[in-house]
Design a protein around this ligand. Structure first.
Ligand code: PLP
Length: 394
């Protein structure tokens, strides 16, 4: 038996069957590469689902996290720390980039679902209980977050869920106009729907959502858990639209692998969760806060926003230039990309990619998703593009 087979057998006996069988057993990573238990090497084009923004074992992360755990790792929220305060200030400033000076406040937690549960509880404090969410949405798996998630298979086995959530077609301004009324607490949407296949909501759509929610005194809540922190070549994917949401949630790329989530609220929404109304034991501890600060510093110092735009556009152009009959379109922005296929062959192509040494995924039967570390080079991308035709045939 190979080492991989032995580990998978033990996993199968020890772990809940909720995920289905893992495809590989990974033991090491460096930059944009990972190695499995049998010594096979992979180019990591998924980055732990848009999490490992600085790749694996980035020297700045290794240095900062090592120093932090040797200094002060965890303290609880009975106390604060310089790192928590600094990260909070920087996230508040990022979220209000389009309206500098607007009040903003953060709550730090440990995952995207927790950030969204925070947003959910915050909307309940408006005195209204109706939330308008989107078809095709993914907001996480906790009870609160899954109630905002459209996919019936994720929600229905766990009903009854928190009440008041209605779903409308994503990108449809008229449907949003019709659904939002004076009883609506919030509209929640992703600027790009990642889990349902990298579907982009336009800047016009975001502006319409801002206008409609404002007209009805409802909150606009933008879930940037997957799209935020340079993934699309912008600090936040909504920034080019010019809007400022009332609530923004972050997680995945913010900690580059150290678990962290953030819910940032602006204007009057910033103080809706009063003393005693919410909490987290681990949230915003010095270790996770330092991770977030380090990610922001490296993105700035290494010019990663421009790099992501450049490499992401190169990826999209090079994939389309293949002129392959199976490739219909490349969606997304920056380094969050969907490759739309003419047939439902994404799962098979994903398996072939792994055999060929590339980690990607297939969020839909006809779609591949690419979300590599933000530090990936054009040359690394090109090795995948060259291999892509062979992954689509067989
Ligand atoms: C991944 C994701 C979540 C859930 O984050 P977890 O850390 O898995 O709880 C929420 N929203 C979006 C848009 C996501 O992509």
């Amino acid at each position: 038996m190979t080492d991989t087979a032995a580990w998978l057998q033990r996993y199968d006996a020890a772990y809940m069957p909720n995920f289905g069988p893992p495809k590989r057993v990974l033991v090491r990573g460096q930059g944009c590469r990972v190695w499995d238990a049998d010594g096979r090497e992979y180019l990591d084009l998924l980055a732990g689902i848009a999490v490992n923004s600085l790749g694996h074992a980035h020297p700045a992360m290794v240095a900062a996290i090592s120093e932090q755990i040797a200094t002060l790792g965890h303290i609880s929220n009975l106390y604060t720390s310089p790192w928590q305060v600094e990260l909070s200030e920087r996230l508040d400033a990022l979220v209000t980039t389009n309206a500098p000076g607007t009040e903003a406040r953060v709550f730090l937690c440990n995952s995207g679902s927790e950030a969204n549960d925070t947003g959910f509880k915050l909307t309940r404090r408006t005195g209204r209980t109706k939330i308008v969410a989107m078809e095709g949405s993914f907001h996480g798996r906790t009870v609160g977050a899954v109630s905002l998630t459209a996919k019936a298979a994720y929600r229905e086995p766990f009903e009854p869920l928190p009440a008041g959530v209605v779903f409308v077609p994503y990108g449809d301004v008229a449907a949003l106009e019709a659904a939002v009324d004076d009883d609506t607490a919030a509209v929640v949407l992703e600027p790009i729907q990642g889990e349902s296949g990298v579907i982009v909501g336009s800047d016009d759509y975001l502006r319409a959502a801002r206008r409609i929610t404002t007209e009805h005194g409802a909150l606009l809540w933008v879930d940037e858990v997957q799209t935020g922190i340079a993934r699309t070549g912008e600090w936040l994917a909504y920034l080019p639209s010019g809007i400022t949401p009332d609530v923004v949630t972050l997680a995945k790329g913010l900690g580059a692998g150290i678990p962290i989530g953030a819910c940032i609220a602006t204007g009057p929404a910033a103080v809706l969760l009063g003393p005693g109304s919410h909490g987290s034991t681990f949230g915003g501890n010095p270790l996770a806060s330092r991770a977030g600060l380090t990610v922001l510093d490296v993105i700035e110092a290494d010019g990663l926003l421009a790099h992501v735009r450049e490499v992401g556009d190169h990826l999209a152009d090079a994939v389309m230039a293949l002129g392959h009959p199976e490739i219909v379109e490349v969606t997304g922005r920056g380094l969050l990309r969907g490759i739309v296929l003419a047939h439902d062959i994404a799962a098979a192509a994903n398996d072939r990619a792994m055999e060929a040494g590339f980690l990607i995924n297939a969020p839909r039967p006809d779609r591949l998703r690419i979300a590599p570390p933000l530090i990936i080079t054009t040359a690394e991308i090109d090795t995948f593009v060259s291999a892509l035709p062979s992954l689509l045939e067989g």
